[in-house]
Design a protein around this ligand. Sequence first.
Ligand code: ATP
Ligand code: MG
Ligand code: MG
Length: 366
Amino acid sequence: MKLLILGNGQLGQMLAQSSIQLGHECLLVNTRTNKVMPAGAHVALSQSIEEAMQWADVVSWEHEQLDPEHVALAANKLLTDADKIRPLTHRQLEKKLCDDLGIATAPWQAFQTADQFTQTLRTWQQPVVIKAAFGGYDGKSQWRWSPESASAAAEAESLAHSAGLQPGIIEALIPFTKEVSIVGARAKDGRILCYPLVENVHTKGILSHTFAGFEAPDLRLQKAAELAFQRITEHLGYVGTLAIEFFVVGDGEEAELLVNEIAPRVHNSGHWSLTGCNASQFDLHIRSLTNMPFPKLAVQPTLMLNAIGCAEIPTELWQDSRVQAFWYGKDSRPGRKVGHVNLRIAKRAEAEALSKNWTPSLQVLS
Ligand code: ATP
Ligand code: MG
Ligand code: MG
């Protein structure tokens, strides 16, 4: 089939690689310039975006922030209704969607204006996270606030006037045991396949590393996560790979999942699957769009380390036989994801030691 991906960043490039592997043709659109690009090169083709849309059998995206013009041009070649995805780009609507579907999240409240923000914040007796409704990623456009801080009133006043904050949400700061995500795919004919839950470690709001497949999944939590995945994707009529981030609260038998956010696309916490599984999250996205069979998943323990703001991946890692390294070819600046490294490691303790050892040279956050 002929696939057109909106977006030519690293996610678009990795989707294109899977398309090629699976016998499809793939072009990418630079969504800022509307130029049509071949995979793996930043040269523009002479084809216009309108022509590329005509050429394609299926149009998909690397990121859910869709330009209405692109949606209109793609029309019925987008297999997921873009209007259904829109709530997932607005934190108030995303939380409300979870509430409506009976999926637990952190307690939250919406606000529209600075006055409403101040009034609502006054009612919170516990530490909170304040998030702008639109546009936040990698921990940007969010702030922490505690009523117990000596300067709480002054901080609230200054937050009320933060640029880009209104509208937004106030949510309880969750003392989580860990953060996990489920990545899975729903095919055009409704089949669903999910990876085991993976554990994600964030530093300053940015995904630092993921542990995948080190221990047998907690079946109760896996089932709960897959149920959430099914409810959400069926409600959205979603086709492709989607990720849900969760906080795990409590331990052992008491552990529960709270949804943090939903990403209707391939996701950084699924990058381990390029090395640690017989089918990557990018393969599953392409197979979903083209209605190809899903494989039985064979997961190997894998550590994914993000390269953030560093100039290069150290040579020692490139040379390590356990490593598969990915470099996105982007200009590096602090806090920007520029690559990732997947390591096939048998033991979790060793993966933890490696992440401690390597994150300082791989990550420049600010
Ligand atoms: P992403 O890049 O994953 O889209 P984002 O900017 O949309 O990130 P969130 O996922 O909402 O932001 O938050 C980033 C991280 O901040 C979370 O993974 C978590 O570590 C921390 N965090 C966010 N909200 C809360 C909360 N309510 N309680 C505790 N920690 C939180
Ligand atoms: Mg997010
Ligand atoms: Mg997140």
